[in-house]
Design a binder for this molecule. Structure first.
Ligand SMILES: *[C@@H]1O[C@H](CO)[C@@H](O)[C@H](O)[C@H]1NC(C)=O
Ligand SMILES: *[C@@H]1O[C@H](CO)[C@@H](O)[C@H](O)[C@H]1NC(C)=O
Ligand SMILES: *[C@@H]1O[C@H](CO)[C@@H](O)[C@H](O)[C@H]1NC(C)=O
Ligand SMILES: *[C@@H]1O[C@H](CO)[C@@H](O)[C@H](O)[C@H]1NC(C)=O
Ligand SMILES: *[C@@H]1O[C@H](CO)[C@@H](O)[C@H](O)[C@H]1NC(C)=O
Length: 355
């Protein structure tokens, strides 16, 4: 009996071992030596715009198109690994984005902070900053071992005025001033801003996390990227016959300026967020991701320099649910022309546009 049992046991151990090996992710980074570290975009003494320009100049049209979805393809000939833009971290690193994978490497869990509406009720800016920082430290560690991305789609700073929305707990609440302050602190803490203030030395810096927070290679580098979402007047999920996919938010110019936009303006101007996410809904009859005027204003008046991503299939819904364009390809085109960069979910549409 033991003769049969032993091989079986070893087989099981082997199976378990090989499953856990095949499951664990191997972190992949660009610019690896010996073959892929000599491109100008790998040269850390060049400016970020120069490096970006170098990278783009090396890509073919086909390769550029493959970068337009949330799951961007790798470019093996340049040593660039695939990248998943979509990671989530509203109140801790979350599993509802494909960029995060717990248990596929050494990290099995992360800290879950209270729902944002509860933290917001503390009315304590230091606390919000520290939560953003703490989440970011864990997130960056997970990126370093290949279990998360660098681009996180938080905070949610839509104004929560109507309990029928159903997602109020994700937000700092109903008050534009509190939501603005929350946006600034979360984004600064999360993106690693201000960590050099106070000398950056241990015991010398404001919050005592020490020097390790700073990405030293690049002076203006971000530790991670935060995203102000959902831009804008996105305050209804599903109620009665209304759904977020086709809801037309009718907002007066004054209400837009006084209520819905201030958190976004602060998130960008003072928080220096590197991402904006346009929402599913329409704003006064035009899909938010096609509101060129509003997206442009963020850049020209608020100084936004980051990337604009659509909410998951917000571009597809421009055609499918809103019938705003004659074809799905027109929906993609109108959003790109308005200033959006990345279309999660809808890579097929982008391909069709190319063909
Ligand atoms: C990186 O860029 C700097 C500044 O232009 C240049 O002096 C240096 O030679 C470059 N390094 C490599 C490895 O190309
Ligand atoms: C991205 O995801 C879509 C939808 O799941 C899939 O069709 C596509 O092949 C993926 N692309 C890459 C590069 O992984
Ligand atoms: C605000 O939060 C910080 C960090 O948790 C804490 O040290 C401070 O005491 C809080 N301030 C108030 C007034 O509770
Ligand atoms: C939803 O639509 C149905 C059918 O048109 C209508 O009878 C109903 O009153 C609507 N409900 C709401 C809440 O608007
Ligand atoms: C969009 O058009 C389809 C048919 O092509 C129709 O079923 C649907 O009700 C329309 N949706 C809207 C929001 O008009």
């Amino acid at each position: 009996m033991s003769l049969h049992w032993r091989p079986c046991f070893f087989f099981l151990v082997f199976l378990k071992l090989s499953i856990s090996i095949s499951k664990s992710v191997i972190p992949q980074f660009p610019c690896q030596s010996p073959h892929h570290n000599s491109y100008p975009f790998c040269n850390k003494s060049l400016s970020v715009p120069a490096r970006a320009h170098s990278l783009i100049s090396l890509l073919t049209l086909q390769e550029k198109i493959l970068q337009l979805s949330d799951n961007a393809s790798g470019i093996p000939r340049l040593g660039i690994p695939p990248y998943e833009w979509w990671s989530e971290s509203l109140h801790g690193i979350a599993t509802n984005g494909p960029g995060v994978s717990f248990g596929s490497g050494p990290v099995f869990s992360a800290t879950g902070f209270p729902q944002v509406i509860v933290s917001a009720a503390a009315f304590n800016r230091t606390l919000w900053f520290l939560i953003g920082s703490a989440v970011a430290i864990e997130a960056r560690a997970m990126y370093n071992v290949g279990q998360a991305g660098l681009t996180f789609w938080a905070p949610n700073i839509n104004i929560f005025r109507d309990p029928r929305w159903g997602r109020g707990q994700e937000t700092p609440g109903e008050d534009p001033m509190v939501a603005s302050a929350y946006a600034i602190e979360y984004v600064k803490g999360f993106q690693g801003g201000n960590w050099k203030v106070g000398g950056g030395g241990r015991g010398n810096d404001r919050y005592g996390f020490g020097e390790k927070r700073v990405l030293r290679e690049v002076d203006d580098g971000l530790m991670l990227s935060a995203c102000c979402k959902h831009f804008t007047a996105y305050d209804l999920e599903k109620w009665g016959n209304f759904s977020r996919y086709s809801f037309n938010a009718v907002v007066t110019e004054q209400d837009l300026e006084d209520t819905y936009q201030p958190p976004f303006r602060s998130c960008i101007q003072q928080g220096k967020a590197s991402c904006l996410m346009c929402s599913y809904n329409q704003v006064n009859g035009v899909p938010a991701c096609a509101r060129e005027d509003i997206l442009t204003k963020a850049r020209t008046e608020w100084g936004f320099e980051g990337y604009i991503v659509s909410d998951c299939d917000a571009v597809a819904t421009i055609f499918e649910y809103q019938n705003y364009t004659k074809s799905p390809e027109d929906a993609v085109a109108i959003a790109f022309k308005a200033g959006m960069y990345i279309v999660p979910y809808s890579i097929e549409l982008v391909y069709n546009l190319y063909q």
